[in-house]
Design a protein. Structure first.
Length: 168
């Protein structure tokens, strides 16, 4: 019997990992030349943790400062328009482009799946929008496999903050 998989997410910037959806499990493939496979059966999943990370804010801050410094640099070359255009294209265009792409992709996150024997970071899912779409597809299947009622919506699955709040 041939098992059919639906690819949920592939290549990540820092690690080559793929995530596939099977009929009764998730399949995580790690590696490029030599792949390792981990099968996470829906009935065995105990916890799915979606955490926001500081990467989104850090990229915005670093390239925002770069954009401001580029503006200052270009403003210093007002008497030489050719140099101002050349510097402006590089020192303003690159930070602006990175900021724009980062804003379009949305907030960064970390997705972890915990079973009885392992805790697995899904590194190929690094943006909240993609994580929510994956959760929207998989949580009802996980709930059905475990005999539980699925949450009404993924809005109930709010991401936890990076640092736990202090108990009072």
């Amino acid at each position: 019997m041939k098992k059919k998989y639906k690819k949920l997410k592939g290549f990540s910037s820092f690690a080559y990992q793929k995530l596939y959806l099977g009929e009764d499990h998730l399949l995580v493939s790690d590696g490029y030349m030599v792949e390792q496979y981990k099968r996470l059966y829906f009935a065995d999943i105990e916890l799915i943790a979606l955490s926001r990370t500081s990467t989104f804010a850090l990229i915005n801050a670093v390239f925002g400062v770069g954009l401001v410094l580029g503006l200052i640099l270009v403003a210093g070359f007002q008497d030489n328009p050719e140099a101002a255009w050349t510097l402006g294209i590089f020192f303003l265009g690159m930070p602006f482009l990175v900021l724009l792409i980062n804003l379009i992709k949305g907030p960064s996150c970390m997705l972890e799946i915990t079973t009885g024997v392992q805790q697995l970071k899904i590194r190929c899912v690094s943006r909240e929008r993609k994580a929510r779409s994956i959760l929207k597809r998989t949580v009802p299947m996980i709930s059905q496999a475990q005999g539980r009622q699925a949450p009404l919506s993924t809005e109930e699955l709010q991401p936890r903050s990076e640092a736990p709040e202090a108990a009072t």
